[in-house]
Design a protein around this ligand. Sequence first.
Ligand code: 4AD
Length: 457
Amino acid sequence: MKHIDIIDIMKGDYIGKSVTVCGWVRTSRDSKNMAFLELNDGTTLKHLQIVIDKAVMSDIAEFMKLGTSLKVEGTVVKSVVAEDSVEINAESITVLGVCPPEYPLQKKRHTLEYLRTIPALRVRTNTFNAVLRVRSVISACIHEFFQCRHYTYIHTPLITGSDCEGAGEMFKVTTLPFDHGFKTEEEADAADFFGRRAALSVSGQLEGEVAAMALGKIYTFGPSFRAEKSNTPRHVAEFWHVEPEVAFAELPDIIEIAEDLIKHIINTVLEKCPEELKFFNAHFEKGLIEKLQNVVANDFAVMTYTEAIEALKASGQEFQYPVEWGCDLMTEHERYIAEEICKRPVFLTNYPKEIKSFYMKQNADGKTVAATDLLVPTVGEIIGCSEREADLDKLLEAMNIRGMNIDDYTDYISLRKFGSVPHSGFGLGLERIIMYVTGVQNIRDVILYPRTVGTIS
Ligand code: 4AD
């Protein structure tokens, strides 16, 4: 169907020309001699006004119903009311798909909670139009960031036999029937599709390290799966994960790369999504644009875990979960550190080794690992990062302490035998950075179909 995108019509280059546009009716207004429709085709947040002269077109009832899809032919003219806008004087209108009155999006504003109950239609709201475009722009600029810096994009497997984070929060992959009749898990695993236990991957890191030991600088960008029963505004069971892995990089090097990536993402959204940011600034987070401008203009803070614990304890703030050296930080702590103590994004470094993963480089103090999380105001952790343990004996020791089955990790371990090098990497949750950049507070509202504990639609 030959037609022009509304975003292009809005640029003003078609004034005086005859055009065809397609879209869905967002609003409609009828008066004595004229009728007005606002059409949206999803290419921009802006709606295009269609002006109908009832002397030319009288049978307009079907066009006026919200949600109806139309093909409109007409002439582009300067808007009578908004100086920098355009509208179309309609000459002919074809209904492509009728929309009955039970169409749920009749009101101007719906709660995000209600919209979650109609996932197939919530994408037609301004909020999702803006979120999904920002998501697309961020995804493209992540590729651009790495591609311009000699990183190779690697596709790591989604089905795996090893647990990267060692947290036992994996979705099992099986083709065994419900009543398989095996007496032990081992027997069942051996008879299963792969002849051993398999699961959906929580992270592409382990395979990413394999690739980085050949290609030097790699990144992965795909879905990760976590079966953690965290019913929070920040957790989904299926999220999109960006994981660079860099050979010959120590912790300070990878921190620099992570900060550059976040600033690149924010700069790109500031440049490419001004309409969307104005929308989020008005409806989701007052001061959002200024916040983003400040983030790119200033250095991120760096603070050790130990310093953070001291600062939390000295703050006098009452937390639901008490703070002691050695504790895992909760969102309330992470947000307090970023929002109140540092007042900007902060890399928290050198966590106690007991609360972090087996693969992290052990520091000389014998107590901490060279790991860092990037904590940002309003969201908390958006990046988990570390230098990797490159020493075979220390790695094996950390795995043994955790009771891990070494045989599941033979490939990974072999990297430490054959030309091991210092290397580092991180994981950035795509949904978490979208929340930070848009001010949308619930992760369920920045992904098309959120997968969370107890719900799948
Ligand atoms: O800190 P995490 O668990 O680190 C890893 O997976 C490492 N293997 C990454 C690496 O070094 N290559 O997860 C990294 C990030 C988190 O900071 C968060 O942004 C996101 O992944 N994330 C989630 N996002 C949404 N829902 C969940 N359930 C998430 N779990 C982690």
